[in-house]
Design a protein around this ligand. Sequence first.
Ligand code: PLP
Length: 294
Amino acid sequence: MATRFALIIEPTASDDARSDFSATFRQVDASAPALSVGELSTQRGDGIFESIGVVDAHPQEVDAHLERFVRSAEICDLPVPNVEQWRQAIDAAAVLCGAGEWVVKTILSRGIEHGPTPTAWVTAADAADFSRPRRDGISVVTLDRGFDLNTPARAPWLLLGAKTLSYAVNMASLREAHRRGADDAVFVSSDGFVLEAPTASVILRRGDVFVTPEPTGGILHGTTQLSAFAWLDEQGYQTAYRDVRADELRGAQAGWLVSSVRLAAPIRRVDEAAMPVDHELTDALNAYLLSPRD
Ligand code: PLP
């Protein structure tokens, strides 16, 4: 993924009610330096972001992404984003994207140390080609996330429900999965429950019910999982949020990692055990996820 476009945004107060925010964005050369060396995003990973899938210049599920962006800001004590300003910035970046699949990122950092304001920007990059994992599936290994289901309530300063810029742990888990010969990882809590993948939500099929772990603070509430559940409901399937034991992952009839840009990647192996892949359902779900959605 190469970043093609970038817009620097002057963040405005969340109650700024103007109708046109275009004067608050400025396009910069995406290949040139744009951030100060004092930036807390680069020094401490202190900030939040969203990755929004864009298909043929249409940004997908913007409302759900902005809701999560606001929730992340609240959890991190960052100034609450002006939703309308960010919506217009996302639209401005999406129109720069050509045909095909792209990713627009919104980033809000605490800014420069002792500086007056947060730093905010949006980038647009062409998406990697995910046709193979969507079609052939992926192998996953379970990895201990090192906290139990009650940790987020007990220690909110761990910011577990926020999509922060600190993804070093998520990337380290992916490297560990690769070292173990798998494509991806599924985090399991120390008390034995399925959480999420380093960059995706987990959906399992148990009989006719599609289940996903309850997003009670330890994991992100995935926008793709929300869309997938809406589609499954429309198809007449039952969907449920609940605590999912790790042994239910290994014994599921089918499973998927779902996220905004890769979309639905069927799981074909968990640790040493093969998992059946429902190609027909996966293709139909991905066709839906690629259709324009608000
Ligand atoms: N969980 C984590 C840790 C993620 O990083 C992501 C996406 O990046 C998701 C879940 C899935 O979220 P979404 O479907 O909104 O992309």
